[in-house]
Design a protein around this ligand. Structure first.
Ligand code: SF4
Ligand code: SF4
Length: 277
């Protein structure tokens, strides 16, 4: 996978480097350099891609699966390149033909950017892990419950918390929020070597986690609405009984406090009600 990502980045850079020919005048040496870079990157990425796709195929249906994979990755590029002439022509009307080509090659190189977030700098695929809470150390602050995107942690305020293993995705989001560092990760599989990728995380589990995440988002919105409604009811009650509930006796001060509460209530209502079209 690492070689594939490097190949993708090299190839994008090699394509963009053709723009230097448009902007730097005539240079046979530069032309040879750009061509050499392009050929090297194509070869590198091609070998890495063949090796990667071969690793995805089954020995019984290698040819069929390989044909399917290679057609799938190629079809978008083949369709898009049909429009390349029209795009250069369009650019040449405003930038001239040579500079139009330069801009076109830079834009082509930029299409390689989506490969960058897949690089190992943004995480590596590894064995699946589960979060485990050391219940002797847990202080019941509930911060991990708020951080868990699939609601797989149970516990009450000031009581020990625990992770429901079947539901934990190992996303690690609960770990940095714990103020007493009592959450750790353990392997989800006992096998050696531990499975990774889809072998460790089958589609059924992924679908289940997706559903739990969707429910979590609904629950968060509902909990906030209920919390806001409780605060509003409390403020309205206070407003209605301001004189009895307040220690203030001066009428001007009471009026000022009433105005502050009314303004806060108006802001809260405005936040809840969508703006009228
Ligand atoms: S690792 Fe992720 S899914 Fe598991 S308990 Fe922590 S936040 Fe929840
Ligand atoms: S964040 Fe840590 S201390 Fe707080 S409830 Fe979760 S596990 Fe316990």
């Amino acid at each position: 996978m690492r070689a594939l990502i490097i190949g993708g980045i090299l190839q994008a850079a090699a394509i963009a480097s053709y723009a230097t020919l448009a902007f730097s005048g005539t240079s046979t040496r530069l032309f040879a350099l750009v061509m050499a870079g392009d050929n090297f990157s194509i070869s590198f990425a091609g070998v890495a891609l063949v090796a990667y796709m071969s690793s995805l195929t089954n020995i019984g249906y290698t040819a069929t699966q390989y044909a399917l994979l290679s057609s799938t990755y190629a079809w978008l590029g083949k369709i898009l390149k049909g429009f390349s002439g029209a795009e250069v022509e369009n650019l040449s009307t405003t930038h001239g033909l040579i500079h139009g080509y330069g801009i076109f090659f830079i834009a082509c190189g930029l299409t390689g950017l989506p490969a960058v977030p897949l690089s190992e700098a943004h995480g590596v695929e590894g064995p699946r892990v589960l979060a485990v809470i050391d219940e002797d150390w847990c202080i019941g602050c509930t911060l991990c419950i708020k951080a868990c995107p699939v609601d797989s942690i149970v516990g009450l305020n000031k009581q020990m918390h625990t992770v429901v293993e079947d539901q934990c995705t190992g996303c690690e989001l609960c770990i940095p929020v714990c103020p007493v560092d009592c959450i750790s990760l353990v392997p989800a599989h006992a096998d050696t070597p531990a499975p990774t990728g889809w072998a460790a995380w089958p589609q059924a589990l992924a679908d289940q986690a997706q559903e739990r995440y969707a429910f979590h988002k609904i629950r968060v919105v509902r909990a906030k609405a209920e919390h806001d409604a409780r605060l509003q009811a409390k403020a309205e009650h206070k407003l209605a009984h301001l004189e009895e509930a307040s220690k203030l006796t001066d009428k001007a001060q009471l009026d000022q406090k009433r105005a502050v509460i009314e303004a806060a209530l108006a802001r809260a209502r405005a936040r809840r009600e969508p703006p009228k079209a």
